[in-house]
Design a protein. Sequence first.
Length: 155
Amino acid sequence: MAMITGPLSGDAKDTVAQALQGALVDLIDLSLVAKQAHWNLIGPHFRPIHLQLDELTELARSHMDTIAERAVAVGINPDGRSTTVAKSTKLQQPESGWIEDGKVVATITDLLDGVSKRMHERVRATDEPDPVTQDLLIAVAQDIDKQHWMFQAQA
Ligand SMILES: [Fe+2]
């Protein structure tokens, strides 16, 4: 059986694996929550928020692929299964049914605040073990922080 080994080993590899898997779950669930809100949104500010939520979904999807493929490149198996995401996500799930625009903005702002903090922790954790992974996480954090600002500005 083919094995992808990559440049890392030992503790460094474990740290990087944890950071990448955590980031992957955050990004997958962020894309799901953003779509859920995109569909169930109601209220006078429907249009801009509806569109902004799709921007967030696209951004999460694009970064999740970069993150998962970095994992593979360093010999770590990304786990994007729905059962794994459901078990390990730190994102609070939205309620079912309609969600009013103000509530959506507050909820997404909160979620992005949490994702941002965790991404920054991962940036710090990967500094020594793998600056290449760190660089990718910095790019993710940059986009998450920007989205956080743009949702927060509407609250
Ligand atoms: Fe849509």
